[in-house]
Design a protein around this ligand. Structure first.
Ligand SMILES: Nc1ncnc2c1ncn2[C@@H]1O[C@H](COP(=O)(O)OP(=O)(O)OP(=O)(O)O)[C@@H](O)[C@H]1O
Ligand SMILES: [Mg+2]
Length: 239
């Protein structure tokens, strides 16, 4: 479970304070699939970075399973992030000197035991990159890099995955593949998913939709799960 309590984030610029998040309170139960939506500049990426412990709030706190993440030292935070959290950046952040397969494998090698190669191949196949495993990031399109970043977020099978615009650059076929991967994780692995998205199709799949405006939550609603195609499909599969 993730709890956000009275979180504010500002940037001090000379004598001016730029408010980015202006009082966020939020509880995300384990296993929930949340979509964060809102206009460009509303604070979505900033909030996601705080939730992942990549940045610290100016005020307030964030608790991960009851532990305030700001209270942890670098090593403890890195350990938790490595094992519990998969993160997909808006800018992908792949390592340029590693192939697609090696990029996906890296978190596994740092945080898990055994051989992750087969698992990395399966994930890359799931996102439609079976022909691109040995390519370097510069040889990949933006959408392909995005899918490598997504496969990398799932390699250690983390209980929580956060992704910033995971379908932002994808055509409908690859967008669908990514959605299936996310849904599969949410449903079958019980992964907590926190996705920033502009894509109404993604937002409709989530259990809950949070809308930010000017650094505040202006709407927090449960999304109906019965009247969209994916829910219908899952109902068919289970009966
Ligand atoms: N380091 C920084 N210094 C100054 N302003 C910043 C900084 N980081 C973010 N901001 C500002 O905070 C606001 C929120 O930024 P953020 O990246 O969280 O928006 P976003 O909702 O993710 O937008 P987008 O949909 O375009 O990705 C923006 O106005 C941005 O310019
Ligand atoms: Mg953003």
């Amino acid at each position: 479970m993730i709890e956000v309590r009275g979180v504010r984030k500002w940037i001090q610029h000379l004598d001016r304070r730029v408010e980015i998040l202006r009082g966020i309170d939020l509880t995300i139960p384990a296993g929930q699939f949340i979509a964060i939506v809102g206009a460009s500049g509303s604070g979505k990426s900033t909030l996601l970075g705080l939730l992942a412990g990549l940045d610290s709030p100016s005020e307030g706190e964030i608790l991960l399973d009851g532990t305030a993440i700001q209270s942890l030292d670098e090593a403890a935070l890195a350990r938790i992030r490595g094992r519990k959290l998969g993160f997909v950046f808006q800018s992908y952040q792949l390592i340029p000197t590693l192939t697609a397969l090696e990029n996906v494998l890296l978190p596994f090698e740092l945080n898990a035991d055994g051989d992750g190669v087969e698992r990395a191949r399966i994930l890359l196949r799931q996102v439609g990159l079976e022909q691109r495993m040995d390519h370097y990031p510069v040889q990949l399109s933006g959408g392909e890099q995005q899918r490598v970043a997504l496969a990398r977020a799932f390699i250690v099978d983390p209980p929580i995955v956060m992704a910033d615009e995971p379908t932002g650059n994808l055509d409908s076929i690859n967008g669908q593949r990514v959605l299936e991967l996310l849904l599969d994780r949410s449903r079958n692995a019980g992964t907590t998913l926190v996705l920033v998205t502009h894509d109404p199709q993604v937002a409709a799949l989530a259990h809950r939709r949070i809308t930010l405006r000017d650094g505040q939550i202006i709407e927090d609603v449960e999304t109906p799960q019965n009247d969209h195609p994916a829910a219908k499909r899952s109902a068919l599969e289970t009966h």
